[in-house]
Design a protein around this ligand. Sequence first.
Ligand SMILES: Cc1cc2nc3c(=O)[nH]c(=O)nc-3n(C[C@H](O)[C@H](O)[C@H](O)COP(=O)(O)OP(=O)(O)OC[C@H]3O[C@@H](n4cnc5c(N)ncnc54)[C@H](O)[C@@H]3O)c2cc1C
Length: 416
Amino acid sequence: MPLQKEHDHDVVVIGGGPAGSTIATLLSKQNRDVLLLESEKFPRYHIGESMVPGVVPILDELEVLDKVDAHGFVKKYGATFVWGQDRAPWDVRFCDRSIAAQKYGSTYQVIRSEFDELLLRHAQSKGVDVREEHKVTNVHFDGDRCKGVEFKNSQGQIQNATAKYIVDATGQAAILGRHLNLVEDDDKLRNIATWTYFKNVEQYDGLAAGNILTENTPNGWIWVIPRHDGLTSIGWVTTVDKYRQLLSESIEKTYLQVVTNSAETGRRLIDAEQAQPIRSIRDWSYTCKQFCGPGFLIAGDAAGFVDPLFSTGVWLAMNSGSLGANMLNQALNNPQKEAEFLNTYETAYKNFLGDVLSFVKYFYDAHLPKDSYFGEAQKIVQTDSNWSSRQDFVSLISGLHGLHSLTNRALETVPN
Ligand SMILES: Cc1cc2nc3c(=O)[nH]c(=O)nc-3n(C[C@H](O)[C@H](O)[C@H](O)COP(=O)(O)OP(=O)(O)OC[C@H]3O[C@@H](n4cnc5c(N)ncnc54)[C@H](O)[C@@H]3O)c2cc1C
């Protein structure tokens, strides 16, 4: 195979999911020379279909909100839970809070192949050099400084690219985290997710039609997400230990028993028909010990993965992309302060992920009174406003609290 070398870029982004597209687009908007290498040909399948309103301000920042809005994704105005001591379903609405309620009071249920492709094509339209079917096979260091990548192009040739910064946005593949041995699993959230898609699932009425349903069951929890192609995504998440115990039967049989026997999901499935094969994935929460270092930054799932209980993955990925772009842009302007900018990114994003993770762990105790979940959210949000604890809960799970706190925390520590 011929060994070819690319010219030196400002930034090479590995991975074209939401984290990679976000950071690449925002850096390119600052006239940076950005090469994005993606191993797949888009559109490609991905799980993770329910957005929180916190993605909307970032879609706005990317200047892609109009395209996303015009695509026809299901509008999501809130969430329905069967969770806690009281087993009756209860709802929250994202506009059930004050700040920015008008603009960010809704979000989308997306088909990820379509959503991710939209973001990737948008990155291209903003000047990012996007190469699909280009798989990064190695990362190069000069001492402790990350200098470049080796990749296999769509013709199977091995090439190299160098850059001032390498961004790892490879999702759970976490190429840099694994190369540097940074990935630490969270022993308390070792889950397995199993899901498929159904036709003719009973939908809620009115504005609740686009709600996600999150239902606790004796063996974990279920998500129900309506999509604009008429299919409904239904997933079951359980711990790896329970999964092994229940596997005396086939996974398909066990999954179908769990979802059809659950009170609310089962009721909605009475006339439904399974439309696709059943899929399973390891759903292990983890965080990298470091989110950056000389010449590199890690974004999205590659930096840390939080259990999907509150549908926060894409929002976290895009948030880290947005903050990461801001910090890399400043580091490119001011290379002698690189360590301070990278440290700002790492500290702000680690604290932020920590808040999300701690609330997910609290919520996993599915038998508390509803008010305790609201009270715990209030402790985390800690606003000095007059919001009720219910509003703080909505603010936390909508991702808008996070967006403000992430930006503020970063700005408080940003070097002059
Ligand atoms: C069961 C489950 C349910 C979930 N539900 C939700 C949900 O409802 N809502 C939500 O917001 N999130 C959800 N998530 C999380 C969400 O899917 C992720 O957080 C999100 O996709 C992270 O985006 P990312 O850009 O970091 O990574 P990804 O979207 O995974 O993108 C990474 C990209 O990198 C590419 N890549 C990997 N290796 C290489 C390489 N070596 N070279 C080049 N390219 C490479 C991949 O092909 C991929 O396109 C769920 C996750 C799971 C497991």
